[in-house]
Write a protein that binds this ligand. Structure first.
Ligand code: PMT
Length: 404
């Protein structure tokens, strides 16, 4: 499995002699497991043909902002939302200037403006152009706005001059891109995640459960593993494959989930409870299928242990992150859970009106003592990466100097 497995890279190619290296870059990105879609500016097409990049990426190359045929297949905003990262390589002086001024005068500039994912630029130009105060000011502006610069390198240039301005080699770009995802923010740490529903049996064929698909918890486990953690996933019954690099423990009931968590909790640095644990279980579980002879049947339920609460109440608890699934007063109820369960952080989601449960996307309101942030609606994979980055920040703020 490559270092960019399952990552969606939107590669922007601009007009520079280094555009020919984009072919090798696409090849190497794909070799590392990424899905690559390419967008070329008009001047990039003077240096390398779209056909080459189309063949190497396996997808049509997008060139025009207002191409009705392409827009109906995947609109430019959808294209920006599709990606996990935007990499512009090579990024010409002209592109850097247009981005610095927030222009949306072609497809690539518009995508960079519309992207809500990291945007990385790999400048490539003549050394004088690079050192020109205008270019330097543009780069500074972009960096202040969070756009990451990769390179340029020093060396001999196509124009015969020597100095800064060479695009980084494709292998270095791939490596830096991988580091962007696998920032190692959690390396050396043990993370435990709970996911999915629990099933509380009534008889051999019936149970009480809920609509959790496990997607959110599985995405969190995957994101934590990508960030370098050793991850244990305690999962209720779901129809999802175990993420790469994650150790799974499968359970059915809340009591089994509690036992699995407590058995494994020693040595856990961060505990993230994304499971939708059934709050109640049936007091009596019939050993035979209950017959439908009576017009009315009563079930007596008893409360299940609060797994998250028990972990947070340990003498030396891990950094503890809860989820709150609410249909009303999201903030108020999440803050109640944060304080009453003595959590380090809580991620609240609105589960009213078909939201969050069993969907591909979600939105989270994340709170901790004295702070909070909204993570806007996005695919659960993307959202989980953002949540894990926040967890890593708060964890390291609480435990300065611990493994990184
Ligand atoms: O699985 P998906 O379809 O992707 O949906 C994701 C999700 C909506 C299930 C997920 O985002 C989510 O909100 N999970 C928590 C659901 C929940 O049980 O919320 P709660 O507010 O009832 O519980 C609060 C916290 O206590 C949760 O962290 C829960 O895991 C934990 N808990 C609850 C009860 C219990 N007995 N033990 C617990 O540990």
């Amino acid at each position: 499995m490559g270092v960019l497995a399952n990552k969606r890279v939107l590669l922007g190619v601009t007009g520079s002699i280094a555009a020919y290296k984009a072919a090798d870059l696409v090849r190497q990105l794909r070799e590392q497991g990424a899905t690559v879609r390419v967008v070329m500016t008009r001047s990039a097409q003077e240096f390398i043909t779209p056909l080459t990049l189309e063949a190497l990426s396996g997808h049509p190359v997008r060139r025009e902002l207002l191409d009705t045929g392409e827009e109906s297949a995947m609109g430019h905003i959808d294209l920006a939302r599709w990606s996990d990262v935007v990499l512009v390589a090579p990024a010409s002086a002209n592109l850097l200037a247009r981005l610095a001024h927030g222009l949306a005068d072609d497809l690539l500039a518009t995508l960079c403006l519309a992207a809500d994912v990291p945007v990385l630029v790999a400048p490539a130009m003549n050394r004088q152009m690079w050192m020109n105060p205008a270019t330097q000011a543009n780069v500074q502006t972009l960096e202040q706005r969070g756009i990451r610069r990769l390179g340029p390198a020093l060396g001999e240039q196509a124009c015969g001059e020597t100095g800064p301005g060479r695009m980084l080699e494709p292998r270095d770009l791939v490596q830096q891109l991988a580091a962007q995802f696998n920032g190692g923010q959690l390396s050396g740490l043990h993370v435990m995640v709970t996911a999915g529903p629990t099933r509380e049996p009534i008889d051999p064929v019936r149970y009480i459960s809920n609509r959790s698909s496990g997607r959110m918890g599985y995405a969190v486990a995957r994101a934590a593993a990508e960030a370098g953690a050793e991850v244990t996933l305690i999962t209720g019954p779901v129809a999802l494959p175990l993420p790469e690099q994650v150790r799974g423990v499968t359970v059915d009931t809340a009591l089994q989930m509690r036992d699995a968590v407590i058995t494994e909790i020693d040595g856990t640095d961060i505990f993230i409870a994304a499971a939708a644990v059934a709050d109640y279980r049936s007091v009596d579980v019939s050993s035979q299928k209950i017959k439908k002879t009576q017009s009315r049947v009563e079930l007596t339920l008893e409360k299940n242990p609060d797994i998250l609460g028990e972990v947070a109440a340990r003498p030396r608890p891990p950094f503890t992150v809860g989820f709150a699934a609410e249909t009303e007063r999201l903030r108020e109820q999440a803050l109640d859970k944060l304080i009453n369960k003595r959590l380090d952080m809580i991620a609240a989601n609105d589960v009213s009106a078909e939201q969050a449960f069993d969907r591909e996307d979600n939105a989270l309101e994340v709170y901790w003592q004295g702070g909070g942030v909204s993570l806007p609606r996005a695919g659960k994979e993307k959202l989980a990466r953002r949540l894990v980055a926040l967890v890593a920040d708060r964890f390291h703020a609480k435990h300065p100097g611990q493994a990184h």
